[in-house]
Design a protein around this ligand. Sequence first.
Ligand code: SF4
Ligand code: SF4
Length: 194
Amino acid sequence: MTTQLVTNKGKEKCDPSFAKEVMDKSHAHLERCYQCVACSSGCPSAYQMDYPPHQLLRMVQLGLKDRVLNSNTFWICLSCETCATRCPNNVEIVLVMDQLREMALKENRKDSTHLPLFHNTFLSMVKFGGKTYELGLIMFYMVKSGDLFKIKELPSLIKLGINMFTRGKLAILPPHIKGQANIKRIFELSEKTG
Ligand code: SF4
Ligand code: SF4
């Protein structure tokens, strides 16, 4: 049942089933979090997030679904696991971040950045090539986001591309790996099980 909660943002919709859904689907033990802030203190991306990881977890616990799914926190998360390593209660924070991304995509939540687009483009590359293909990723992302047509930024991007290529960081051809079909199958299974 949805209720209302008075927060520092005024009255907000509070849906307790949201916390349960996140926990059930992510298999993370959110109930163990006692807000010690160790995760956020070590997070290298917290300074760019709307809400640092510990706050986001608290908002999930409280069922503040709209605020959580409209935040940029889980898009900014690098999945570096620093938070999980520091957590005294072994809360699987990265699993929560993954789950929130999936939920936000399913609900078509709008993000002010192009991060969901980057996320989807990256996953498509891995699905079809078995691993990431940087040149394809950059080109697809830039065309879809419209960044390719920002003429002012083009010279610096070309320079960056040349630097990466000369250092062997940018392959011209897409990768070909053994077991590519297995990777595709993993994606298909995960799409089926939601
Ligand atoms: S996994 Fe995400 S939330 Fe955790 S420390 Fe890394 S960037 Fe921060
Ligand atoms: S480190 Fe663990 S217990 Fe502490 S706030 Fe973060 S998730 Fe919660």
